[in-house]
Design a protein around this ligand. Structure first.
Ligand code: FAD
Length: 424
């Protein structure tokens, strides 16, 4: 046995089966990855998406985070809906099948019309209907799906990512892609590729802690308990066992154990505060604790708290953010403008080619992240990444050198909001 004194094991080299060669490979099927795959597929790319769970949504479904916020700006007259495109389409389809409604118990915001271009700030949704609609949409976009599949490493030529290695029931395999989109949340692909990143260590501040969401049935419709209400069920923000590192296996396990052991005490405390919940039962917990933040990949630009608070615009805008900064100031700090731009450069990691990052590992500082983390913005960021990846694959361009005007034109043509509707 080849075990060295410093507990390293030299894995023997072996040949892997090649699963295929694609224009675009998306790693992770959360809100960002799903949007990226759908956008790339609709743009004509041959797309493979790999996801460890057998459904899409990531935090939104696996972690029961059933409340999309940040859809519309919150400065009167609230006339800019920033989540358009694929995210808006999903919400409208959910509304049509009784799977989403303006959140009643989560945040206060005015009710709009539930029509295209006139959505409210936030919607609570049925996580099972989300999975159903997201799956049908991905299939409709021609995306090749591999569920139950764990990304484990990158294939590189020099500084360029040219493919991925993954594991599933069929074994360890390789797939090649002209462009890879890292939508793993934790930046697993960029990390394995050696891209620079930063991370707040456990117990360091400021950072957003993780939390176990859980679903309770037998809830009266008029309950005042804060949560995501759907019919006679409600999803609660549950135990948050302090700062752990969701990208470290031991710490993540510790966190899951602590949160799961605390969940009934958490419900009992809520019943005490809201007696109408008496008799309500936990029917589900997230299969994964809700992980708010781990690695942030350092990109060609890092969105800053000042950009967010001052409402800065950028010539390479691919999405618009409006969500409040929720933590750094000790309170929910609402923005005083109609939105800040999210530049394409935040999706392009420094030093590594062939790769885009989408979703909660995007390049940013802490304060900015606490705003753009809202799912409404993550849908838009994912759509931008997928569209960019498809264009790069088609033109043989490196993400770093993509013609951003072409990307912006494609996004607007597909119905996305990148700041073109903002009244200056
Ligand atoms: C507790 C909590 C409460 C929140 N509250 C709200 C709220 O009220 N409203 C709101 O809008 N937003 C909220 N957010 C933020 C929002 O949910 C997230 O920012 C967003 O969902 C992140 O999406 P993502 O696609 O970037 O990442 P993720 O949801 O983390 O998706 C990553 C995907 O990649 C997959 N994956 C990861 N690693 C691998 C691998 N190695 N191989 C294969 N697959 C992999 C995962 O299974 C997952 O599907 C909350 C988040 C948390 C945790």
């Amino acid at each position: 046995m080849d075990i060295t004194m410093d507990k390293k094991y030299a894995e023997p080299a072996k040949e892997l089966n090649v699963y295929g060669a694609f224009d675009v490979i998306v790693v992770g099927g959360g809100v960002a990855g799903w949007s990226a795959a759908v956008a790339a597929g609709r743009a004509g790319a041959d797309v493979l998406i790999i996801e460890r769970f057998p459904f899409f949504g990531g935090t939104a479904t696996a972690s029961l985070m059933a409340n999309i916020v940040g859809i519309r700006n919150q400065v009167k007259p609230n006339d800019l809906q920033v989540m358009r495109g694929i995210g808006e389409e999903l919400v409208l389809e959910l509304i049509a099948i009784g799977g989403a409604e303006k959140s009643r118990n989560a945040y206060e915001s005015e009710q709009r019309s539930d029509r295209r271009g006139d959505l409210s700030y936030n919607y609570a949704f049925d996580t099972e209907k989300f999975k159903y609609v997201a799956l049908k949409t991905a299939l409709g976009a021609g995306v090749k799906i591999l569920f139950h599949t764990w990304f484990s490493d990158v294939i590189k030529q020099g500084d360029k990512v040219t493919g991925v290695i993954f594991e599933n029931k069929s074994g360890r395999q390789a797939a090649f892609g002209k462009v890879v989109v890292d939508a793993s949340g934790d930046g697993d692909v960029a990390y394995r590729a050696g891209a620079p990143f930063w991370q707040t260590k456990a117990a360091e501040a400021p950072r957003l802690n993780d939390g176990l969401m859980y679903k309770v049935a037998g809830v009266p419709a008029d309950t005042k308990a804060p949560g995501c209400l759907q019919g006679n069920t409600i999803v609660f923000w549950g135990p948050s066992p302090g700062a752990h590192n969701g990208a470290d296996a031991d710490e993540l396990t510790r966190e899951e154990i602590d949160a799961r052991l605390a969940v009934y005490d958490d419900l009992n405390a809520k019943i005490e505060a809201n007696p109408e919940l008496k008799g309500a039962q936990i029917v589900d917990t997230g299969v994964l604790i809700g992980i708010r933040q781990t690695r942030f990949i350092t990109g060609e630009y890092a969105l800053s708290g000042d950009d967010v608070l001052e409402g800065r615009t950028f010539p390479d805008s691919v999405a618009v953010g409006v969500n409040p900064v929720i933590h750094s100031f000790g309170y929910r700090r609402f923005l005083t403008h109609t939105g800040y731009d999210i530049p394409y450069r935040c999706l392009v990691p420094k030093t590594v080619d062939g790769l885009l990052v989408a979703g909660r590992c995007m390049s940013s500082d802490q304060i900015a992240y606490e705003s753009w983390r809202a799912m409404a913005h993550i849908f838009a960021i994912g759509e931008a990444a997928g569209t960019a990846a498809a264009l790069c694959a088609k033109d043989g361009a490196e993400p770093r050198r993509l013609d951003v005007k072409k990307l912006q034109t494609a996004l607007i043509a597909a119905g996305a909001e990148i700041g073109q509707s903002r009244k200056m």
